[in-house]
Design a protein around this ligand. Structure first.
Ligand SMILES: [Zn+2]
Length: 333
């Protein structure tokens, strides 16, 4: 992108001068607690004084608001909007369902900062459909029945949708965090490589789910149904707000497994990853007796994944990115 020319009127120099945008820390006391916030200032290139730009104040107010919420672990306006979206519920009924006053959510949406207690309730609702169901039931009498039913249906759907192990959820969340665009096909293959890499690094599987030898390579069926709506497109949906923060619960060793896979296999698209799995013994073995175009639900056993990756590790050293990259190059040749 070309450098944008930035000029504005400097009140010191009394003329239009070029300015530079810089970050500056400010200290602010809120409710007797001191906070350091980073804001953006425009400095005149000639005299070094601050130039006041239209729009900069609003931008800084918003930045400070976001940083304050982050410090205090307070839910953001965007998260509250997600909450309404994933549970298909309006401001007023959501407020009542969570046990707040009818206009509380409306006030939050226009910028009022929630208390920690209310913020935690909203975060729980965002990360747990089961909690949302309980809240809805608790406050059923206060909400119109149409709104109640719609939100309840959405919560039940989400609950069944996310019926994979916690470990699987956390791994998926971490993959999403690390890779900008992940299609369902790509995700399936990465999960399978992660399982193999986990045997190499940690001597045990990452998650308890088994994958099957489908036509297009290894597939974790539960994960397949979670994301099948996206077909060949990158996965992106308000529902996945529910994953937020889940990756924090992976251990350092587990994160390393995902890092290694994402930084190597993750550089390829779904079709290339599929090609790699088609060259590997676990999938080929489970597909024995099936012609290429015949669907199968044969399990790719954990043992076959363990054996294959442990063997290949001896040859390539899968504990380092270089080893994995060499393996990928060789197999794609
Ligand atoms: Zn100046």
């Amino acid at each position: 992108m070309a450098e944008k020319e930035r000029f504005d009127f400097c009140t010191e120099c009394r003329k239009e001068t070029e300015y530079t945008l810089q970050k500056r820390n400010i200290v602010k006391t809120i409710k007797d607690v001191e906070y350091t916030f980073s804001i953006t200032v425009a400095l005149c290139n000639e005299c070094g004084e601050e130039v006041s730009l239209p729009g900069l104040i609003d931008k800084n107010i918003q930045e400070v608001d976001e940083q304050y919420r982050a410090y205090e672990g307070i839910v953001s306006v965007g998260d509250i909007e997600k909450l309404m979206k994933i549970y298909k519920i309006g401001k007023a009924p959501l407020s009542l369902a969570l046990g707040f006053g009818e206009v509380t959510i409306t006030r939050y949406l226009s910028g009022q900062i929630p208390s920690k207690e209310y913020s935690d309730i909203m975060k729980m609702a965002l990360s747990s459909p089961t909690f949302m169901k309980e809240k809805l039931q608790e406050n059923k009498e206060k909400i119109a029945s149409a709104a109640y039913n719609k939100a309840m249906d959405a919560a039940v759907q989400l609950e069944t949708l996310f019926s994979v192990s916690d470990k699987m959820l956390r791994v998926i969340a971490y993959v999403f965090e690390k890779l900008e665009e992940v299609t369902p096909l790509m995700l399936q293959k990465l999960l399978y490589f992660i399982q193999g890499e986990s045997y190499v690094l940690n001597g045990k599987p990452m998650f308890c789910e088994n994958c099957q030898a489908w036509i297009h390579g290894p597939v974790y069926p539960e994960v397949y149904y979670m994301f099948s709506d996206f077909k060949y497109n990158p996965i992106e949906d308000a529902r996945f707000a529910i994953f937020k923060g889940a990756e924090d619960e992976l251990t350092k060793e587990e994160q390393k497994v995902v890092d290694l896979v994402v930084n190597t296999f993750g550089e390829y698209g779904g079709k290339m990853l599929e090609r790699i799995t088609h060259e590997e013994t676990p999938w080929k073995f489970a597909r024995k007796g099936y012609a290429d175009n015949i669907p199968s639900h044969e399990t790719i056993t954990m043992e076959s994944i363990e054996n294959y990756y442990t063997e290949k590790n001896k040859e390539y050293d899968f504990t380092a990115e270089d080893g994995l990259k060499q393996y990928i190059r060789d197999i794609l040749q």
